[in-house]
Structure formats: structure tokens, C-alpha cells
Design a binder for this molecule. Structure first.
Ligand SMILES: *[C@@H]1O[C@H](CO)[C@@H](O)[C@H](O)[C@H]1NC(C)=O
Ligand SMILES: *[C@@H]1O[C@H](CO)[C@@H](O)[C@H](O)[C@H]1NC(C)=O
Ligand SMILES: *[C@@H]1O[C@H](CO)[C@@H](O)[C@H](O)[C@H]1NC(C)=O
Ligand SMILES: *[C@@H]1O[C@H](CO)[C@@H](O)[C@H](O)[C@H]1NC(C)=O
Ligand SMILES: *[C@@H]1O[C@H](CO)[C@@H](O)[C@H](O)[C@H]1NC(C)=O
Ligand SMILES: *[C@@H]1O[C@H](CO)[C@@H](O)[C@H](O)[C@H]1NC(C)=O
Ligand SMILES: *[C@@H]1O[C@H](CO)[C@@H](O)[C@H](O)[C@H]1NC(C)=O
Ligand SMILES: *[C@@H]1O[C@H](CO)[C@@H](O)[C@H](O)[C@H]1NC(C)=O
Ligand SMILES: *[C@@H]1O[C@H](CO)[C@@H](O)[C@H](O)[C@H]1NC(C)=O
Ligand SMILES: *[C@@H]1O[C@H](CO)[C@@H](O)[C@H](O)[C@H]1NC(C)=O
Ligand SMILES: *[C@@H]1O[C@H](CO)[C@@H](O)[C@H](O)[C@H]1NC(C)=O
Length: 485
């Protein structure tokens, strides 16, 4: 295949003489409980996955013997000015962030983790020198893992309209009709959570998510065979990609546009600060990843990018240079390039990130100026841009609010001077706690009604399924959903 030849040539071009000046990591959370059973929680497996990824990135960027060590980064005791980590207000993503950072900067032990006071008393840090790394809050995307469709958390009017339009597209209508019988056959497996008329392509992701979680955690649940399971997954991929990106309506991918701006902004900060802040890590949901894959035309590099990334997947943008970097000389932007890497699922030293060319160029690395220019075509980085792209004109988007101080401030994660609660930094403050907006999406409305009536998720046990099957299909409907107060 063309893409594999391309990748092979990319891999060999990554030479060790290169210096890594900084990196931006965007990571998905680890294994979690099902969306159908809110609130979602990170599981022990998920904790382990995300810790493993964090440990891998330590061995890649941070440790003194790291394979692609970031120039000047503190190897053992974290230097907080060098690293920025952020996650939305969300159980799963916050917990994932903490687990990842534990792997990135593990406890330093009794010797390093101690300080001598004025009176000569030596103080040991608790937990064998456990390091405390703050996690900043990304305000848009609050409670995102609890939402069945994460666009709801964006609060962007035009993006919600565009995503809703997916349910009126011919692609959606055709698939809904084509898979009617397939989902009818799948209903017995999910009948305790989804009514018969809800078991359709309309709920493709939540149906697959429910069974995927059960396939990992619950030995007594009956599952479809491998072929059907794969089919459910592929349909869920199609559904989510359709909601996340449409080439004719870029606003649908607004989350990806915001991530793109955050990445450029942070990497630019590394360059202009001459390596002061070098490592940025953000935790977020797969939907933003899919939107970015579409916007950055990664689907041209590999069709895998049409699929939902697995738990603990990560996207990485590296700033690299061949110029000399020393205490006294820092390369200029002209000497700096960007490499993009992706890893599907938990990253470890036996399964490392793979480099992909951005923007359908077939080339990597891209010169910094080209990366900036190509990203600028779709990034949304200021409150004013956001308001105009989203078609919002009230509240923080009213002319009065926009005319005020900080209207051109960056979106997304707030810098430390943003914590005062003012309007500076735009979206980050304004859009806090807005998941109420998600009910505009029919799919979610359907699910919420479901939670109220069903009151929790119920899968079908193997025994019960066998019993039902032997009773014939006649009494299968209705018997499944157990109403619980
Ligand atoms: C040294 O200072 C610490 C902190 O003020 C105090 O807790 C400790 O008792 C002092 N030790 C001695 C020997 O004075
Ligand atoms: C943007 O408009 C939508 C739809 O009217 C609304 O739900 C949302 O709250 C608005 N967002 C902001 C930040 O004002
Ligand atoms: C993508 O957008 C175009 C133009 O608005 C629309 O005609 C088409 O149905 C959309 N496709 C999907 C899958 O949403
Ligand atoms: C898809 O189905 C919906 C609802 O039945 C309908 O309103 C819409 O026009 C259909 N879209 C297309 C492109 O046929
Ligand atoms: C990078 O930061 C500098 C200084 O803040 C700013 O002038 C420049 O426009 C930024 N460039 C990009 C691509 O964001
Ligand atoms: C990730 O892997 C899954 C299979 O585990 C696949 O379905 C999906 O397409 C992949 N996604 C990406 C972005 O590579
Ligand atoms: C550094 O030089 C090597 C060998 O010429 C090349 O393959 C690589 O792409 C260069 N890296 C950058 C950032 O220009
Ligand atoms: C560069 O800076 C580091 C840390 O500040 C120091 O350990 C090292 O000796 C310096 N190297 C030179 C050549 O000045
Ligand atoms: C991978 O990591 C494990 C655990 O940290 C370590 O024991 C092993 O030697 C590493 N393998 C390679 C190939 O680096
Ligand atoms: C994506 O890249 C491919 C290959 O370069 C190109 O043919 C295609 O037009 C690009 N698509 C978009 C939307 O830019
Ligand atoms: C596994 O599934 C069965 C059948 O739905 C359910 O009764 C049981 O509580 C589940 N166990 C766990 C650990 O979720």
C-alpha cells in the first residue's frame, strides 16, 4: 500500500542527530465504564493504561537517557515552568491526567525527594518522593465523557446545527436503512438498556460502547460473535466520524479547530520563550481527535484515521531542529520543523507512536512556517473567531463583551494569569458548565429519556440470552428492559 511505503520512508528519516525542542501531547483517557452508566469512571485497567503511556513518554522525552530527549528538560525532579498539563472538568479525563503525570515524573525516592530546613532538619516528601504536578482546567468540554455525543459540550451553535444535520444526510439515511435488520439482530444483546426502536444506527456509538465495555469487564454478559462485533465497531466509527467532520462544513469540527490553535500557540510559546516551556499535555475525548484528523487531512495518510482511536491513544506534535542548540544559541523559527506522531491505544516501548504526514502533503517534518500557515486555514484561536464561526452573538459573544479587554485572547486552557475569573481568555471562562446545551441533539435526548426510564444499564446475561433464544424470538421484545426506580 502506498501509505505503508510512505511511512517506511518517514521512519528512516528520523535521525538521531536532530534535537527535539518541545512537544505537545494530546491524549485520550484510559479504559472507563460505559457512557450508558453515567457518571463514567476510569477503571483500574484504564489507570494502568494511562500510567504506561505516561511512563513511555518519560522514556521518550524526559529521562536522562530518553530516546528523543527534549532539550533542557529536567529529567527527574519536575521543573513546573517547563510543563503544562490540562484536562476538562471531567472525572475520567482528570484522573487520566493524574495517572499519566505519575508515569511522566514518578516518585524520586528518599534521596532526591528531601529538603533540608534552616534548622538542619531533613524533610522527606510523602509517598517516596511523589511529585505534585498541577493539572490546569480546560473549561470547554466539561463533563465530556458523560455526554454521549461530545459536540454537546462545545456550546457552539453552528457546530451543533451542523452535527444535527448529519442525521438528515443521505449517508446517514442510507446506513440507517441498510443496517435496520442487523441492529434488530443485535437487540437481544442490549435489550436491557436499549428499547427495540432505539437499537439502530442512530445510537451506533453508545450501543457499541456498551458492548465494548462489557467485552472487557463482564464475563457473564453475552456478546455478539466477532464478525458482528466488528461490524458494530465499524458502524460506530462511521457514525462518530460523520458527527465530527464534514469537509463541506468545517464548523462541525470546531473542537479540532480549537485543539489546532492550542497546539500552534503552545509550540509558538516554546519557540518565542527559547525553550522555557517545552512540554504540553492535554487530555481530551476522541471526538476532538476525529475532528482534527479530518481537518488536518490525516485520512489521506491512512484510512485508519476514519476510526475512533482506542483508549489512551495519543497525538504528538514535536518541534525539531538540525541547528545547534546550546545554552547560548537557540535556533530561529526558520530552522525549526514539526513532526506529527500518532499512537492508537496505550503507548509503550513495544508499541511506539508512528509518524504521519500532515495536511495531505506526504512530507514530514514540515517547516514551522508551513505548519503554521496550513493550521491557520482551520484553527480557531480567539473568542472573536469562535463567535463568528459559531454564529453566536449573545453573552460572551455580544459586541460589548467582544469589544472588551482580551477579546483576542487565546482560547482553551487558561494561563495562570487567567485564574482571576475575568473575561480574559474568552471561551475558557465563558463556556464553563454548559453541557445543558447537549440536549439539543436528538440522539442524546433519546438517551436521557432512556436513563430516566431504565435507571441504569442492564446487559443480558449469557444464561438469560440462551433462555430467550430457546423461547424463540416471539417474547424477546419487552421482556428485556427492566425498569428500576
Ligand atoms: C525544625 O523546623 C521544623 C519546621 O519549622 C520544625 O517542625 C522542627 O521541629 C524543627 N526541628 C528542630 C530540631 O528544631
Ligand atoms: C451559542 O449558541 C447556542 C445556541 O443558541 C447556545 O446554546 C450557546 O449557549 C451559545 N454559546 C455561548 C458561549 O453563548
Ligand atoms: C456534509 O455537508 C454537506 C453540505 O452541507 C451535506 O450536503 C452533506 O449531507 C453532509 N454530509 C454528512 C455525512 O453529514
Ligand atoms: C433523511 O431522512 C430524514 C427523516 O426521514 C429526512 O427529513 C431527510 O430529508 C432525509 N435526507 C435525505 C438526504 O434524503
Ligand atoms: C508567536 O508568538 C509571538 C509573540 O507572542 C507572536 O508575535 C506571533 O504572532 C506568534 N506566532 C504564531 C504563529 O502564533
Ligand atoms: C484504532 O484502532 C481501531 C482498532 O483497534 C481501529 O478501528 C481504528 O480505526 C483505529 N483508529 C485510528 C485513528 O488509527
Ligand atoms: C535533519 O537532517 C536529517 C538528515 O539530513 C533529515 O532527514 C531531517 O529531516 C532533518 N530534520 C529537520 C528538522 O530538518
Ligand atoms: C548549560 O546549562 C546547564 C544547566 O543550566 C549547565 O549544567 C551546563 O554546564 C551549561 N553548559 C554550558 C556549556 O555552559
Ligand atoms: C520496556 O520497558 C520495560 C519496563 O519499563 C523494560 O523492562 C524493558 O526493558 C523495556 N524494553 C525496551 C525494549 O526498551
Ligand atoms: C487531502 O490530501 C489529498 C492527498 O494530497 C488530496 O488529494 C486531498 O484533496 C486533500 N483533501 C483536502 C480536504 O484537503
Ligand atoms: C455483568 O452483567 C450482568 C448481566 O447484565 C450483571 O447482572 C452484572 O451486575 C454485571 N457485572 C458487573 C461487574 O458489571
Amino acid at each position: 500500500m502506498r501509505s505503508s511505503i510512505l511511512l517506511a520512508s518517514l521512519a528512516s528519516s528520523t535521525v538521531s542527530a536532530e534535537t527535539v525542542l518541545g512537544a505537545y501531547i494530546f491524549s485520550r483517557h484510559g479504559d472507563r465504564t460505559a457512557k450508558s452508566t453515567p457518571p463514567t469512571e476510569l477503571t483500574d485497567l484504564g489507570y494502568q493504561e494511562i500510567f504506561t503511556s505516561g511512563s513511555y513518554y518519560r522514556s521518550r522525552y524526559v529521562a536522562s537517557d530518553a530516546s528523543r530527549r527534549i532539550h533542557g528538560i529536567a529529567p527527574d525532579i519536575v521543573k513546573l515552568s517547563q510543563i503544562t498539563a490540562s484536562a476538562p472538568v471531567d472525572n475520567v479525563l482528570q484522573a487520566s491526567g493524574i495517572g499519566f503525570l505519575q508515569g511522566l515524573y514518578p516518585p524520586v525516592g528518599e534521596t532526591l525527594g528531601s529538603q533540608t530546613l534552616r534548622n538542619s532538619t531533613v524533610i522527606q516528601a510523602p509517598m517516596n518522593g511523589y511529585q505534585l504536578l498541577p493539572l490546569q482546567v480546560v473549561q470547554n468540554g466539561a463533563n465530556s465523557e458523560d455526554a454521549a455525543w461530545l459536540q454537546g459540550a462545545t456550546n457552539c451553535a453552528n457546530a451543533q446545527i451542523s452535527s444535527n444535520d448529519y442525521f438528515r444526510s443521505s449517508e446517514y439515511n442510507d446506513t440507517l436503512a441498510r443496517t435496520k435488520e442487523f441492529y434488530a439482530n443485535m437487540h437481544p444483546y442490549v435489550e436491557r438498556t436499549f428499547a427495540e426502536d432505539q437499537t439502530s444506527f442512530k445510537n451506533a456509538y453508545t450501543i457499541w460502547d456498551l458492548l465494548n465495555v462489557a467485552s472487557i469487564h463482564n464475563a457473564s454478559v453475552a456478546l455478539p460473535d466477532d464478525a458482528d462485533f466488528f461490524q458494530l465497531r465499524t458502524l460506530a466509527d462511521q457514525h462518530e466520524y460523520g458527527l465530527a467532520y464534514n469537509a463541506s462544513e468545517p464548523i462541525r469540527a470546531v473542537t479540532g479547530s480549537i485543539i489546532a490553535a492550542e497546539v500552534t500557540d503552545a509550540l509558538n510559546g516554546t519557540i518565542t520563550g527559547k525553550g522555557k516551556n517545552v512540554l504540553n499535555i492535554q487530555f481530551g475525548a476522541y471526538a476532538g481527535m476525529l475532528s482534527y484528523f479530518g481537518l488536518a487531512n490525516l485520512t489521506a495518510a491512512s484510512t485508519d484515521f476514519y476510526g475512533v482511536p482506542d483508549y489512551a491513544s495519543s497525538l504528538v506534535w514535536e518541534l525539531v531542529t538540525n541547528a545547534t542548540v546550546s545554552n547560548t544559541s537557540y535556533p530561529t523559527a526558520d530552522d525549526i520543523s514539526v513532526r506529527f506522531f500518532f499512537h492508537n491505544g496505550t503507548t509503550s516501548n513495544i508499541s511506539e507512536p508512528v509518524e504521519f504526514p500532515l495536511f495531505g502533503t506526504g512530507r514530514s517534518p514540515l517547516p514551522w512556517s508551513e505548519f503554521v500557515a496550513s493550521t491557520a486555514k482551520f484553527s480557531i484561536g480567539t473568542q472573536a473567531e469562535w463567535c463568528s464561526a459559531c454564529g453566536n452573538s449573545t453573552g460572551v459573544c455580544s459586541p460589548a463583551a467582544l469589544g472588551g479587554e482580551g477579546a483576542s485572547g487565546a482560547l482553551g486552557t487558561s494561563s495562570s494569569d487567567d485564574s482571576s475569573g475575568g473575561h480574559k481568555g474568552g471561551i475558557s471562562k465563558a463556556v464553563a458548565g454548559v453541557i445543558g446545551a447537549m440536549v439539543t441533539l436528538g440522539v442524546i435526548l433519546g438517551l436521557e429519556i432512556l436513563f430516566f426510564t431504565v435507571g441504569g444499564f442492564r446487559l443480558v446475561s449469557k444464561k438469560r440470552l440462551a433462555r430467550n433464544a430457546s423461547n424463540g424470538s416471539g417474547d424477546m421484545s419487552g421482556s428485556g428492559v427492566e425498569t428500576k426506580a
